[in-house]
Design a protein around this ligand. Structure first.
Ligand code: C5P
Length: 395
């Protein structure tokens, strides 16, 4: 987990250096100890004081600082759980490719045994130049992890690939890298999210109020604990970094994607609000409002999680508006689940669309654990705590 992890954040002389401040701030807010190391060129673009204020740590800019008692680059290299260089300039990437160590940041990179993550940011021509590409490939071959720059308007006025990747994506990638040795390392978890959309005609559909936030929180929490996560989603929310998305719309598409992903999975967590009914054959064209009423013949969708077979742990949700525990227990049994997460969807303060949820975890042994309202991320952590200590998972 990123909390209490030690991250060396390298800032180099790319105009995107100011985005490094956002990264330093967000990583620190996430609980990481962030040691910022800046090249000379980076100090021309943004002042070390900014990083000092954001991280509340000393900033390293000089290998020849006589005031420092130890050997800074070796201390930093040894303490790091990961080194992140964001933004990484073309010049700095070239230095790394040739193993130069003539400043405090390149010396730290050369001296560390921790994972090294590079997020390049530069002019499109510099990025696409075969020299830069060759240097990147060289570093990739040596196990450096690259976070691709994005396409867009660059500071120089050019349009193309070279923009620093989204700060949120870089942070997501760091969560995944730090989590690689976590309790879910080497396991595959399939998570579903969102309300499915069942077409009526070419422009209309039936859906529900599910935002997908609960499923996304579970996917992120599992990623942070080192799992390989496949997120089968019908939600419009962007898939977080370090998670494999499978985008679907309908219950039938979700069923196919889930069954495919579950073949070699260790757990399935179905947080999606799957439509119970759909039109078997939606109208090909937009329905005209010719008559006063319109009858739609809806048929049941397959129960996706009930159909999942195999030795994996099966966790379902029960969104209920009455007799919550009684209904949830019945579903647990009927669907052959190892755990059901019951939640009350009658309150606006939590549940659909909210950042919060109020859940009760019920297992087949009759254990019923009711929790107070908490963030969806906390609920996700609770579910994963249950999962990673369940006998089926541990075996
Ligand atoms: O809709 P219901 O209350 O039965 O959903 C309970 C659980 O079953 C949820 O985890 C949901 O994702 C899953 N489900 C499913 N296939 C359906 C309907 C629901 O897997 N067709």
């Amino acid at each position: 987990m990123i909390k209490d992890s030690h991250i060396v954040l390298g800032i180099t002389g790319s105009i995107a250096a100011y985005k490094g401040a956002d990264l330093a701030s967000k990583l620190t807010q996430g609980g990481a100890i962030v040691d910022v190391v800046m090249t000379k060129a980076a100090c021309e673009l943004i002042r070390p004081m900014t990083f000092k204020a954001l991280t509340n740590r000393p900033i390293h800019t000089d290998m020849w600082d006589v005031a420092h008692e130890g050997i800074s680059h070796i201390e930093l290299a040894k303490a790091a759980d990961a080194v992140l260089i964001a933004p990484a300039s073309a010049d700095f990437i070239a230095k790394l490719a040739y193993g130069l160590a003539d400043d405090i940041l390149s010396a730290t990179v050369l001296a560390t045994r921790s994972p090294i993550v590079i997020a390049p940011a530069m002019n499109v021509n510099m990025y696409e130049n075969s020299i830069t590409q060759e240097n990147i490939q060289k570093l990739k071959d040596r196990g450096f992890i690259f976070i691709e720059p994005a396409e867009g308007h660059l500071a120089c006025g050019d349009v193309g690939r070279g923009k620093l990747a989204d700060v949120e994506d870089i942070i997501g990638e760091m969560h995944k890298i730090i989590g690689r040795s976590g309790p879910m390392a080497g396991k595959k978890v399939v998570v579903t999210a969102g309300g499915t959309r069942e077409p009526i005609d070419s422009v209309r559909f039936i859906s529900n109020l599910s935002s997908g936030k609960m499923g996304y929180a579970i996917a992120e929490a599992a990623r942070d604990q080192g799992a390989n996560v496949v997120l089968v989603t019908s939600s419009q929310i962007k898939c977080p970094a370090g998670i494999e998305p499978v985008h679907v719309q309908t219950a039938l598409e979700m069923r196919d994607a889930v069954h495919k992903a579950c073949k070699d999975a260790d757990a399935i967590i179905m947080a999606a609000a799957v439509a119970d009914y759909h039109l078997e054959t939606p109208f090909k064209n937009k329905i005209k409002k010719k008559s006063a009423t319109l009858d739609l013949n809806l048929v049941r969708t397959p129960d996706i999680i009930a159909e999942v077979k195999g030795d994996l742990v099966k966790i379902g949700f029960a969104a209920e508006s009455e007799d919550i525990n009684k209904n949830a227990k019945a579903k647990l049994k009927k669907k052959g689940l190892d755990l059901i997460v019951a939640n009350d969807v009658t309150q606006d303060a939590w549940g659909f669309g909210s950042e919060y949820n109020k859940v009760t975890l019920i297992d087949p042994e009759g254990n019923v654990n009711e929790y107070p309202v908490m963030t969806k991320r906390k609920v996700a952590d609770l579910i994963l705590d249950w999962l990673t200590s369940s006998p089926k998972w541990v075996k």
